[in-house]
Design a protein around this ligand. Structure first.
Ligand code: AMP
Ligand code: ZN
Length: 498
């Protein structure tokens, strides 16, 4: 039997590599979180759906994981360089609100979008504004090791002191100097140098300032990710993610800071998602080009998709149809196809629910599908392939409805498409309330029919296999409340009415 291992395409080195964790059986990963000065656009949300599939994959494969994500609530300069305008301050001024109010509104909006896309909450969510002391400590270490200089009232990182600068992007300092399109900041020795701490910038009257050894001011953008990731994951950890736009500047600078401060390797694997590119203009029919971005003002929010009649999970389905390292062109036609395909999947499952599935489940019949599914995930998160394994299982002639539902439930722990819940809701719509009484929220409103009990039993079996004991217990309680008693026996779970 072939045994494949978990492997990822590592931007650092640009090749597919076997995943070797720092600590056996455990994985720590950090994803750059949102800048909360505006709504996330659906391109940004691609980055978080990708990160969510990574998180869910580790759980599915039985790893202990720690997933850390930051919230950038201290500005984030408009351009790639330190000369742009602070976005948070800009929005706050425009709206007549405080910077912290703006940050709160858009942080809540971000998590509302995440919930609608079924994105699980990371294990640690950390805000930049709550970690300034850690950033100051890290900057001090950089200063002690000779990586900094003061100029024009600010403190800069001197990239010339870090010989590996640019290794992630495959650029060396000379390339970077030659390619610098930055209008040169007279304060900098090298155009690629970047601010660690600002006391003076073009933007006077900063709303949020802190005392520091370099004067009252605020941190540069990049330092927050180095400081917070190391606080929660240690000085050497497994995986860092983000969109490909972060490779040449933000992540390059994060490496320079972290490895400059510790003198050792920081992150082993760098995973980057490709862009969602711009949609056709629905009215003019013109093709757009290029990356969807907030600063270019050409972005679509998840709410705009909902307002156009899509379910947020149609968008998740659309994203899962492409590998995270392929660019995806957003189009309304593609959204229509995704919606149709997701609905067809839900319909198929809802028919299975009403086909009175037997509560028995033969592991040997399910195993090959689960193996194929696992192998797709292990192969650098090949989600389109994983989706097609699910489709194949549902078309299979030998599997019983119960087995199909159980497989769908198990696979959906990774796909996150809420398939069984949607299918139950669909089945409920089609049948009389007395016959089908399992609520869309997983609850049972009145005497449940046999088929619905079987589905819940199959879902509980899948939850137990996935070690999701909370869900398994929840299902037992839901059924108990309706007078259904479960009995786990060596030959499977039996149930009877009280
Ligand atoms: P930001 O809030 O601008 O820091 O971006 C949040 C995340 O979205 C980062 O990981 C970006 O790299 C990613 N991102 C930004 N634009 C796109 C896009 N058009 N497609 C996919 N990911 C993107
Ligand atoms: Zn970051």
């Amino acid at each position: 039997m072939k045994t494949m291992s978990l492997r990822f395409f590592n931007t650092l080195g640009r090749m597919v590599q076997d995943f070797m964790p720092v600590t056996k059986g455990r994985v720590g990963f950090y994803g750059c979180g949102p800048t909360v000065y505006n709504y996330a656009h659906i391109g940004n949300l691609r980055a978080y759906v990708f990160l969510d599939t990574l998180d869910r994959t580790f759980t599915f494969l039985g790893w202990q994981k720690t997933h850390v994500m930051n919230i950038t609530d201290i500005g984030h300069l408009s351009g790639d360089n330190d000369d742009g305008e602070d976005k948070m301050v800009h929005t706050a001024r425009e709206r007549g609100q405080s910077v912290l109010e703006i940050a709160r509104v858009y942080t809540d909006a971000f998590f509302a979008d995440s919930d609608r896309l079924n994105i699980l909450r990371p294990d640690v969510v950390c805000k930049a504004t709550e970690h300034v002391p850690e950033m100051i400590d890290l900057i001090r270490r950089l200063e002690d090791r000779g990586h900094t200089y003061r100029s024009g009232g600010n403190l800069y990182y001197d990239v010339g002191t870090f010989p590996d600068y640019g290794k992630l992007a495959g650029l060396n300092l000379d390339d970077l100097k030659a390619g610098a399109r930055i209008d040169v900041d007279a304060n900098k020795r090298n155009p690629a140098d970047f601010a660690l701490w600002f006391t003076k910038s073009k933007f006077e009257n900063q709303a949020l300032v802190w005392d520091s050894p370099w004067g009252t001011g605020y941190p540069g953008w990049h330092i927050e990710c180095s400081a917070m990731s190391m606080k929660y994951l240690g000085e050497h950890f497994d995986i860092h993610t983000g969109g490909i736009d972060h490779i040449p500047v933000h992540h390059t600078n994060e490496i320079a800071q972290s490895e400059g401060a510790t003198g050792k390797k920081w992150v082993n694997y760098w995973l980057h998602n490709e862009f969602l590119v711009i949609p056709k203009d629905r009215d003019s029919g013109k093709d757009g080009a290029g990356k969807m971005s907030k600063s270019a003002g050409n972005f679509l929010t998840l709410q705009a998709l909902i307002d156009s009649g899509y379910d947020p999970l149609d968008y998740r389905f659309f994203l899962l149809g492409a590998h995270y390292r392929s660019q995806i062109a957003f189009s309304w036609d593609a959204m229509d196809s995704a919606r149709n395909a997701r609905r067809a999947l839900v319909q198929r499952l809802s028919r299975l629910i009403t086909q009175m599935p037997g509560s028995s489940e033969r592991a040997d019949r399910c195993a090959p599908f689960l193996t194929d599914f696992r192998e797709a995930l292990e192969n650098d998160l090949a989600m389109p392939r994983a989706l097609s394994v699910l489709q194949a299982a549902l078309r299979d002639r030998d599997l019983s409805p119960g087995e199909k539902l159980s497989l769908a439930s198990r696979m959906d722990d990774v796909l996150g498409l809420d398939l069984l819940r949607s299918a139950r809701a669909e089945a409920e719509k089609k049948h009389s309330p007395a016959e089908v009484s399992v609520g869309a929220g997983g609850g049972v409103e009145s005497a449940p029919g046999n088929a619905q009990i079987d589905v819940l039993v199959a879902e509980r079996n899948a939850a137990k296999k996935a070690k999701n004991y909370a869900r398994a217990d929840e299902i037992r309680v839901i059924l108990r409340e309706q007078g259904i008693v479960l009995e786990d026996t060596p030959s499977g779970t039996l149930w009877h009415r009280e």
